[in-house]
Every structure is written in structure tokens, then in C-alpha cells.
Write a protein that binds this ligand. Structure first.
Ligand SMILES: Cc1cc2nc3c(=O)[nH]c(=O)nc-3n(C[C@H](O)[C@H](O)[C@H](O)COP(=O)(O)OP(=O)(O)OC[C@H]3O[C@@H](n4cnc5c(N)ncnc54)[C@H](O)[C@@H]3O)c2cc1C
Length: 406
């Protein structure tokens, strides 16, 4: 069993192969020099570590050894020879597989502009986090291009460290993709209250680095000068290996509900693939979500061993900014009606329903864990294609657990 990509999904898959009782060779090929690590803290708690960002490992060397997982670090796969079931590595050697998992993740989308210098950074890896952190200190001015999750989490971390922050978003509001306007508004207000300047509806015309700072000229003509520009305009799936070896692509590597690619010996999972979601009539989605990457890793491993199990999990995502946690279960854009449930301390949940009453998503925001329990129960209702009573959903005195039982 060979896995390309020693990130969240690939590493989880390696352990899942062992948990499923597989006792043959498991090789995890990873381009990065570090042991497998968690990415979500890089924009959040790691970024504000008093000293410097630290790595939160998924598995240390001892645990990998204990499970007989061979990690080839600092090594990339450069091609797949499907006819001979073998991959070529950057060290020049070839590695044969019976089953192959591609878990190559995604990489930040680049701004289509020339001349972006060392003061224009993006965040995907621990090394990126170290480079960004070197610029975040009291009084430094940080421009964040893109009002998506990573940009906004970095804006919050930069403020926490005393930097001045301007966020520039081309869309009319922040968190345009996948987050309801009412929730995005709460996040916007939290940034306002912390002194972040958010500019919406203005694109980037050019960025110049004069050696001391960056000057960002917006489409409106306004110029934002900063010590660092962080580019957070989304991510693209890493598909080069699949592309050159002729695997089917469709917004990432196209896999079926069992995470199998167009080659029955090759699976793909995590951020790099798109797959059909049965609960939404097989709508094809590509998720960039920590929990989904883990679930995919486990499912791919089981199916590499012949389990033939279909993906059944409900998508789930969270983001932390200041003291607020936002959570989304399901796909809110599938909903046609919204029901709001107000909880304590300003927290609230939006339930997204089809016209026929079927619950398809729930999104919530509030301090700390305020929405966690209800979102968890909503996720179970979504998974059951439940049609809960709208009045009961809206009433905080109705326990969602009782709706689940019903
Ligand atoms: C800063 C940040 C914050 C995030 N915060 C959240 C959050 O709050 N909530 C949430 O749900 N999700 C969050 N995510 C998303 C989540 O981390 C990803 O969805 C998850 O890491 C995807 O796992 P993956 O294994 O598919 O990809 P990755 O974790 O990116 O792993 C892919 C690995 O494959 C390696 N690789 C690529 N090509 C090759 C090759 N040819 N050969 C060998 N190795 C290769 C890469 O170097 C990488 O190490 C965040 C992501 C980032 C970057």
C-alpha cells in the first residue's frame, strides 16, 4: 500500500490500514521535511505562540514505527506508471504498489500578478507560518488579500500580536463562499471591534514591493501600504500526478463514492479530490476540511483493502476567530428556507431547509463551544434526511435530541 502525501488524510489512511488489520507494507511518501502535522493551528493558536509557531504533530516517529509505517520524508512522487503499478520518486527510485492513494492536498491559489516579492506570502505549510510570523508584531501593518477563513484567522492572530490589519476582499462581503450573510456579519463586526479595517468590493490592480514595504493598488485607485501582504484567495487541488497519468479530473481528482479514481488500483482522498455526496443527490463536491480529510483517509484505507464502503459523512467545518467559533454542518447553499435559533450569549444557529422541510445544513456562531452541541445534533438530523418541525427548531427550549428521536 503506497500513499502519496503525508498530510492529514494520507497519515490517517496509513494508520487506518493497520487498524483494519492490514499487515503488509505501508509506505507514506511526503514532500515536506517535517513529521506529519496539523494545519488548522497554523493560522490560529500556533501563530500566536509567544515564542514562534510550533508544530502539532499528527504522529511522531515512535508511533509511525510502532505501526510499521515507512515515512519517506522530503520525498515527492514525480510520476505514476499505471501500466506497471509503480511511482517514481524525487530520489530517482521507483516504488511498486498494489493499491495507491493520492492524498496530495491543495495549495494556495496565486494572484495573477507579476513581481510579487518576499513581502507577499501565503499560508499552507509550517514553513509558511514561520515566514509570516516573522512579520507579525506590535505596530507592523499587515494587509490580508482575501476575506476567506484563512485570511480572517490570520487577521485575528495578527491583531492578537498587536499588528495593524487591513483586509481586502473583492466580493461584496467577507466569507462569500459557503457562509450565510448573517454569520459573516457577526465575523465582520468582531473584526471591526478589534480594529481591523475591512475593505469589501474592491479588487487588486497591482502590488509593488519597494524593498521596504508593499504598496497594494486597489481597483478603485486606493493604495494600501503594508509591511507584509498575506494572500488568502483560496486553494487549488494538487492534481499534477493524476493529470500526467491520465486519471479523470473534475474540480480535483474525480473519484466515486468509494474514493476510487478512474483507475481501480488508485484512490484519491482529502482536499485533492472531488466526490459525489449521496445526501445531496450525488452532487459532486471538493471539500477543504480537516475532519473530511480524516474521514476520507479512513474510508480510502478500508476500500483499498476491498471494503467497498460508500462515503456517507455529512460535511463539517469550523473556524476560530478571537473568542468566536463558527461551525457549519452540511452545505448551506442546498437550503431554500432558513430558520434561526437563538442561544445564550449572542450565539445562534441557522437551520437550512428544503421547501419540503428536509434539513440540509446548519451553521452557527457564538463564543467558545456555544453552538457545538446543537450543530452536532443537527448533523445527525441532516444525515437522517430528517424533516424537523420548523417551530421546534427555532425554539431554544426544544431539545434537538428529542427531534432526533422523533
Ligand atoms: C492554515 C490552515 C488552517 C486551516 N484551518 C482549518 C479549520 O479551521 N477547519 C477545517 O475544517 N479545516 C481547516 N484547514 C483545512 C485542513 O487543514 C485541510 O482540509 C486538510 O489539511 C487537508 O488534508 P489533506 O491530507 O488532503 O492535505 P494536506 O494536509 O495539505 O496534505 C497534503 C500533503 O501532500 C504533500 N504532497 C503534495 N504533493 C506531493 C507529492 N507529489 N509527493 C509527495 N507529497 C506530496 C504535501 O506536501 C502535503 O504535505 C486549514 C488549512 C490550513 C492550511
Amino acid at each position: 500500500m503506497v500513499i502519496i502525501g503525508a498530510g492529514e488524510c494520507g497519515t490517517r489512511a496509513a494508520f487506518a490500514l493497520r487498524e483494519a488489520g492490514y499487515d503488509g507494507t505501508v509506505t507514506l511518501v511526503g514532500a515536506e521535511a517535517h513529521l506529519p502535522y496539523e494545519r488548522p493551528p497554523l493560522s490560529k493558536e500556533s501563530m500566536v505562540d509567544p515564542e514562534a509557531p510550533s508544530i502539532k504533530a499528527i504522529a511522531d516517529a515512535a508511533r509511525l514505527a510502532e505501526h510499521h509505517i515507512d515515512l519517506l520524508g522530503s520525498t515527492s512522487a514525480t510520476s505514476i506508471d499505471r501500466a506497471n503499478c509503480s511511482i517514481r520518486l524525487t530520489n530517482g527510485s521507483d516504488l511498486d504498489y498494489d493499491k495507491l492513494l493520492i492524498a496530495t492536498g491543495s495549495l494556495p491559489r496565486k494572484l495573477p500578478l507579476q513581481g510579487l516579492g518576499l513581502r507577499c506570502l501565503d499560508l499552507r505549510t509550517f514553513d509558511d507560518a514561520l515566514a509570516i510570523r516573522a512579520h507579525l508584531h506590535a505596530g507592523s501593518h499587515i494587509a490580508v488579500v482575501g476575506g476567506g477563513f484563512i485570511g480572517l484567522e490570520l487577521a485575528a492572530s495578527a491583531r492578537n500580536l498587536g499588528a495593524l490589519v487591513t483586509v481586502i476582499e473583492a466580493q461584496p462581503r467577507i466569507l462569500m463562499r459557503g457562509v450565510p450573510a448573517e454569520i459573516a456579519q457577526v465575523v465582520h463586526e468582531a473584526h471591526d471591534a478589534e480594529g481591523v479595517d475591512i475593505i469589501c468590493g474592491d479588487g487588486i490592480a497591482s502590488i509593488e514591493d519597494d524593498g521596504a514595504s508593499v504598496h497594494i493598488t486597489l481597483s478603485s485607485g486606493q493604495v494600501v501600504a503594508a509591511d507584509l501582504a498575506i494572500i488568502g484567495i483560496g486553494a487549488l487541488p494538487v492534481t499534477a500526478l493524476a493529470e500526467t497519468s491520465g486519471l479523470a479530473l473534475n474540480n480535483g481528482i474525480a473519484v466515486d463514492a468509494r474514493l476510487r479514481t478512474s483507475d481501480p488500483h488508485i484512490f484519491a482522498a482529502g482536499d485533492c479530490c472531488s466526490f459525489p455526496l449521496a445526501i445531496y443527490g450525488d452532487r459532486r463536491v471538493r471539500l477543504e476540511s480537516w475532519r473530511s480529510a480524516q474521514e476520507h483517509g479512513v474510508l480510502a484505507a478500508r476500500n483499498m483493502l476491498g471494503a467497498e464502503e460508500a462515503h456517507a459523512a455529512v460535511p463539517w467545518f469550523w473556524s476560530d476567530q478571537y473568542g468566536l467559533t463558527l461551525q457549519i454542518a452540511g452545505l448551506p447553499d442546498e437550503g431554500e428556507l432558513t430558520v434561526r435559533r437563538d442561544l445564550d450569549d449572542g450565539a445562534f444557529i441557522l437551520f437550512h431547509l428544503k421547501n419540503d422541510g428536509r434539513l440540509v445544513a446548519a451553521s452557527g456562531i457564538g463564543p467558545g463551544n456555544a453552538v457545538a452541541r446543537d450543530i452536532r445534533l443537527a448533523e445527525m438530523l441532516i444525515g437522517k434526511s430528517a424533516r424537523p418541525d420548523a417551530v421546534a427548531l427555532a425554539s431554544p427550549s426544544t431539545k434537538l435530541k428529542s427531534l432526533l428521536a422523533a
